[in-house]
Design a protein around this ligand. Structure first.
Ligand code: GLV
Length: 354
């Protein structure tokens, strides 16, 4: 299948008189390009890489991250690198790879694990996976919000531990979405998808904040408000913004102190670093806010003795926003196609312009 894939590409180039690509293919038959994949990924992605027939693929064949020392060895001389959000791709890795490296494809929408300035300097192209994980992440956000607001983990625990003695009028009460005000920090692609899913639960007002008003906010009757207004008026505060110098540590003591004591805080954004976790712990412990649901933490994984894990009003998930079988398969296919396009100097399906 590999050889016929290459043959098809060569015939296509001859047809288009595309000399630059023809040279590349003849080069690649003599000196196969090397690719390193830093983790076991859905087979749909591997199949695309193998069937292309233009590269020799080596994989860190494990569900666990490649140790740093192995990463540094395995990248030596590669032309392409397919990596995960948990791999730190910095100058040291790029130096270890050497000058052959022309493309990095990350199996994530986020790219803060990559030394972007260095990639730009070295002319290394970058592929990523936006859009394809929007729906899965928005669904997970709704699930986490409901689980946190309606105290599902606590309820499940009570059933298992024998704490369920009877139906009790005041037991395990939480907060509902009907008639509520939801505030979204960062109404980007994922923020909008979250708002679209929450609205049908009977949300009365949808507030949002960010650097600029968004025309697509109309689709959810979103009201663009200052951050302080959003914090004072929202029953649910959902963080769905990028990690930038402006948003790093944004959710701190002052932030939580402006929220209602009955409000629920949800973070399914790219990273836990948006939240000051010490301040969140304090806010949850003293009843400054009602509850929090986090799909991202700092660090990841969160140490099992972390104080946040002692709280019943804090629900923490292990960064599973995009974890549906079909979304991960689609991400794997997209990142494989991004990588191949980088190797063959073609337009990538999803390139981050550096
Ligand atoms: C998840 O955090 C991603 O960036 O894909």
């Amino acid at each position: 299948a590999g050889a016929s894939g290459l043959a098809r590409r060569v015939i296509e180039c001859i047809r288009r008189l595309d000399v630059a690509h023809l040279e590349l293919f003849f080069f690649s038959t003599k000196h196969t390009m090397k690719v390193f994949v830093t983790r076991r990924i859905p087979q749909e992605g591997m199949a695309i890489l193998k069937q292309a027939g233009i590269c020799e693929v080596s994989v860190w064949d494990s569900d666990e991250p490649v140790p740093r020392s192995d990463l540094l060895k395995r990248v030596e001389g590669v032309h392409g690198l397919l990596c995960m959000l948990s791999d730190r791709i910095d100058t040291e890795v790029l130096d270890a790879a050497g000058p052959n490296l022309k493309v990095i494809s990350t199996l994530s929408v986020g790219f803060d694990h990559l030394a972007i300035d260095e990639l730009r300097k070295r002319g290394i192209r970058l592929g990523y996976t936006p859009d394809v994980l929007t729906d899965a992440t928005a669904e997970l956000t709704v699930a986490l919000l409901l689980a946190t607001a309606r105290r599902l983990p606590e309820g499940i625990q009570e059933v298992k531990s024998g704490g369920w003695s009877s139906w009790k009028p005041l037991w395990l009460c939480g907060y509902g979405l009907s008639g509520s005000t939801v505030g979204v920090l960062g109404l980007g692609r994922i923020g909008l998808a979250i708002a679209q899913r929450l609205k049908p639960f009977g949300v009365k007002r949808l507030l949002y904040t960010g650097r600029h008003p968004k025309p697509h906010a109309q689709e959810v009757d979103g009201e663009y408000v200052p951050l302080d207004t959003l914090l004072c008026e929202s029953d649910f505060v959902v963080v769905s913004c990028a990690l930038t110098p402006d948003t790093c540590g944004l959710c701190d003591k002052a932030f939580f102190s402006k929220m209602k004591t009955t409000a629920v805080f949800i973070n399914t954004s790219r990273l836990g670093a948006v939240v000051n976790q010490d301040d969140l712990f304090e806010a949850l412990s003293i009843g400054q806010i009602a509850a929090a649901g986090l799909d991202v933490t700092s660090p990841e994984p969160l140490p099992t003795d972390h104080p946040l894990l002692t709280l019943t009003n804090c629900v923490i998930l292990p960064h599973i926003g995009s974890a549906t079988y079909s979304t991960r398969a689609t991400m794997a296919k997209l990142s494989a196609n991004n990588l191949l396009a980088g190797l063959t100097r073609d337009a990538m399906p999803s390139e981050l312009k550096l």
